[in-house]
Design a protein around this ligand. Structure first.
Ligand SMILES: *Cc1c(COP(=O)(O)O)cnc(C)c1O
Length: 307
């Protein structure tokens, strides 16, 4: 039994009206971990469990850490998540509520990750947040569900951080021999994918400067970048304010809370970006995310609009 659920898809009247196209939403925010990540991480954890690992270790204080904690609890395998000091109290609480051990260490993710690596025992499995073929295979089930539902959009819109979701979606599309373009959306301060595509090689961002922390991979995976040479993938970059606004509008319109990492994809529709003008039927992967609250979104909105 997979650890993720099949999620609903429906045409969103408000998103459709905003851009004058048919926009459907694939609600992966409804997964029990609050984001799509349980698809890939759940599959990886199940595989490791079958091989007899005794513990899962993660270094993500975000949605990947939550997904590993959820998977470990479902499989009855202990989980340790090492997070940097910058990780919010709320995220730490969410992870420890799932009975995972939370270790706070270091000023940034790099130091937390170094400690996590040094803790690895022979019987432990380290679960990477985006760069693992097992994850991509798990994420590709999104496309299996779209095919099962008999849907055939003109394009798929999704958010890109390290490129795990993108890799999984393209894997699914290729497996089903579908030739559906993908629009990969990022925020300006986390646009490692768009910048790599523009440069023709993988760039490393010196810093991440975005409220969409789940998109904050300084470098996208080799695999995700290589896919741009064999599949139709377009890029779009939105501002933090646009991503935050989109999350707030989405909450108003659908009563569903998503973080700005997901708001970035929704902003491509709400802002009717030029990149979507060639398409009539668009599907947005609502990737979800638990890291922000409505109050936080309001605070960012005021802060970013200089009000
Ligand atoms: C992880 C995550 C992303 C980015 O996914 P990648 O696989 O790293 O590209 C986007 N949105 C949310 C909510 C996430 O948790």
């Amino acid at each position: 039994m997979p650890l993720h659920f099949k999620t609903p898809t429906y045409v969103s009247a408000s998103l459709s009206k905003a851009c004058g196209r048919n926009v459907s939403i694939k609600l992966d925010s409804l997964q029990p971990s609050g984001s799509f990540k349980i698809r890939g991480i759940g599959l990886a954890c199940e595989e490791h469990a079958r091989r007899g690992v005794k513990r899962f270790v993660s270094s993500s204080g975000g949605n990947a850490g939550v997904a590993v904690a959820y998977a470990g609890r479902q499989l009855g395998i202990p989980v340790t998540v090492v997070v940097p000091e910058t990780t919010s109290e709320r995220a730490q609480q969410t992870i420890s509520n799932l009975e995972a051990q939370v270790v706070v260490h270091g000023a940034s993710w790099q130091e937390a990750n170094d400690l996590a690596m040094s803790m690895l025992d022979i019987a432990d499995a380290f679960i990477h947040p985006f760069d693992d073929p097992l994850l991509w295979k798990g994420h590709s089930t999104i496309i299996d569900e779209i095919v099962e539902d008999g849907l055939r959009p003109d394009a798929i819109v999704l958010s890109v951080g390290g490129g795990g979701l993108l890799s999984g979606v393209v894997e699914g599309l290729q497996r089903h021999r579908l030739d559906i373009p993908v629009l990969a959306v990022e925020t300006l301060g986390a646009s490692s994918f768009a910048q790599s595509v523009a440069a023709g090689q993988r760039v490393v961002l010196p810093t991440i400067a975005s409220v969409a922390t789940s998109l904050g991979a300084r470098q996208v995976s080799e695999h995700a970048f290589a896919l741009t040479r064999q599949y139709h993938i377009d890029c779009a970059v939105v501002s933090d304010l646009q991503a935050v606004d989109a999350s707030l509008r989405f909450l108003d319109d659908h009563r569903i809370m998503v973080e700005p990492a997901c708001g970035a994809s929704l902003a491509a529709i709400y802002e009717n970006l030029e990149q979507i003008h060639g398409w009539v039927n668009i599907m947005v992967i609502v990737c979800g995310g638990i890291t922000s609250t409505p109050e936080q979104l309001q605070f960012w909105k005021q802060d970013l609009s200089g009000a």
